[in-house]
Design a protein around this ligand. Structure first.
Ligand SMILES: [Zn+2]
Length: 93
């Protein structure tokens, strides 16, 4: 299994940052409703520390992802969550 941070955002110098970009997988059901494409905005999540996956991922905007609900998104892909963009620390922080 590949570490999620490998697919995380990168700083201008190419170093991995402490933030990863994720979005809901297609077909996830939330609150009894199957999500649509407009629900699949790309959220920013603090990279989990250590090697044990967390129970849930929590985005800077408050969106939470249970195991099996999220996919890691490459830099520049998908529509960004503007709340996450405003709330996430700068890449060099
Ligand atoms: Zn967000």
């Amino acid at each position: 299994m590949v570490s999620p941070i490998r697919f995380g955002t990168a700083t201008p110098r190419g170093r991995p940052s402490a933030t990863i970009a994720v979005r809901f997988l297609p077909g996830v059901v939330l609150n009894g409703r199957r999500i649509g494409e407009r629900d699949r905005v790309v959220h920013l999540v603090p990279a989990p520390a250590g090697t044990v996956p967390p129970d849930r991922l929590q985005a800077f905007c408050g969106q939470s992802f249970a195991p099996g609900q999220a996919e890691i998104v490459g830099v520049g892909r998908g529509m960004p969550c503007v709340v996450c963009l405003a709330a996430a620390p700068p890449a060099d922080a």
